[in-house]
Design a protein around this ligand. Structure first.
Ligand code: NAD
Length: 400
């Protein structure tokens, strides 16, 4: 019997397992993840803002496995491709015939001084929960301190993650104000962004719509401001061509300037850049045809732009489905198929009832976009979990 080892139960790894489990054949799957639950990483901002508890964006991994799969809860330490062996923190090493590496992302601080120590990270369920606890503590602290900086929530980076987080924070503004004993208008939400033009994936008209929406919701967007360092309660940045650093203080500082693939890739000797490894057309490792690399640790090149596709939940899930198909081919002694990716679109939510983006070739805005975003989430839950997960965690009140 062939042993298939899948590392990581995020969008990519869990989709691989879910689809493989439907295949016939003489194989067994072992799935390893440090958590015994899957979490919807694209929804972490809701837990951070306090709009959803962790139970609304997680489900137990065991719930979606069948008797083809054994689950091991542990942390991957290193991967030895020559010995076909994976070392774990607390269990004996695991051997494999086929390996699927889907170890996901970590926060990228670009070595900016103080970013890892003095800014809150939003990469896992505990870190997202810590952000919400911090906001609650800081708002309560204002009642004694009367320091207006306690009322300022500062998001570092206005990529999709930063914008979706800032939007979720505006939804909770009233709750924060009550905790602090102030009017909601006194809660200030600021995004500090190095680029002068945000939302580079959208055309001018849609990016302008996004900007207006952000402004309408009362988010202060500081573009052209490059963060140079973080001190406790303070962000240092340079604005435009001015080399002289300026500062802005805030009781809550959250880091969302981008992500890297898991450090396990570099530590295991893969040739990688920011934890991402360039893969073959069929998603296998360049040196080992029995090793697949997918999701945020994978760099699948877009031949037109000669750049890797961006790391998104959509591409991770599609890679997972493709690997399940290719593994089934390999188990039958057949050739693998090349992966191809055409984005079905991108929708950014700004709070629970506002969103904008592109679906297929159509631009979507406002409430309809928000409803589409919720449908995308329900589809993801159905793909990775099943009906039970959609019914317990899905969004059905599409317009609220
Ligand atoms: P990102 O790299 O897309 O955005 C990070 C932002 O931080 C950029 O705008 C960058 O200019 C800014 N930045 C970097 N360094 C800075 C500095 N020193 N000072 C100020 N600003 C700085 O990262 P992300 O937002 O975490 O997104 C990661 C990936 O996930 C992207 O591909 C994104 O499209 C995807 N994503 C998609 C969705 C969605 O589809 N709804 C949601 C979240 C993330």
């Amino acid at each position: 019997m062939k042993e298939i080892l899948v590392l990581g139960a995020g969008y990519a790894g869990l989709k691989t397992v879910r689809n493989l489990q439907k295949q016939q054949g003489d194989f067994h799957i072992t799935l390893v993840d440090r958590n015994d639950f899957h979490y919807e990483a694209a929804e972490l901002h809701e837990v951070a803002a306090g709009s959803q508890p962790r139970t609304k964006i997680t489900f137990p991994i065991q719930e979606v496995l069948n008797d083809k799969t054994t689950f091991v809860q542990d942390e991957v330490v290193t991967i030895d491709r020559d010995a076909q062996k994976v070392t774990l923190r607390n269990h004996d090493a695991l051997h494999y015939d086929y390996l699927v590496i889907a170890l996901g992302f970590v926060s990228e601080t670009f070595g900016i001084p103080g970013a890892a120590e003095h800014a809150l990270q939003m990469v896992t369920i505990p870190t997202a929960e810590r952000i919400h606890e911090h906001i609650v503590e800081t708002m309560k602290h204002y009642r004694q301190s009367h320091d207006p900086n306690d009322l300022r929530l500062l998001v570092c980076g206005a990529g999709f993650t930063g914008i979706e987080l800032a939007g979720a924070l505006t939804d909770e503004r009233k709750k924060y104000a009550e905790l602090a004993g102030v009017a909601p208008e006194q809660i200030e939400i600021v995004c500090v962004e190095a680029a002068t033009r945000i939302l580079p994936m959208f055309d001018d008209e849609l990016a302008q719509y996004g900007l207006q929406l952000i402004e309408k919701l009362g988010i202060k967007l500081m573009t052209g401001c490059k963060i140079k360092g973080i001190n406790p309660g303070e962000v240092l940045y340079t604005a435009g061509d001015d080399e002289q650093p300026q500062t802005i203080k805030a009781g809550t500082i959250i880091w969302t300037t981008g992500v890297s693939g898991s450090p396990v890739m570099g530590e295991s000797g893969f040739s990688q850049r920011r934890g991402r490894v360039i893969v073959n057309d069929d998603l296998t490792d360049q040196e080992h045809k029995n090793v697949y690399i997918i999701g945020d640790v994978s760099a699948f090149m877009d031949k037109q732009s000669n750049r890797p596709y961006p790391t998104t939940a959509q591409i991770a899930s599609r890679m997972g489905a493709h690997v399940a198909k290719n593994l089934a081919h390999q188990l039958r002694g057949e050739a693998t198929e090349p992966f191809s990716f055409v984005s079905q679109g991108t929708v950014a939510s700004v709070g629970n009832t506002h969103a904008f983006g592109v679906v297929g070739k159509t631009k979507v805005k406002g409430y309809p976009a928000s409803a589409i975003k919720k449908m995308i989430r329900n589809k993801s839950l159905n793909d990775l979990g099943g009906l039970k997960e959609v019914l317990s965690l899905g969004c059905f009140d599409l317009y609220h």
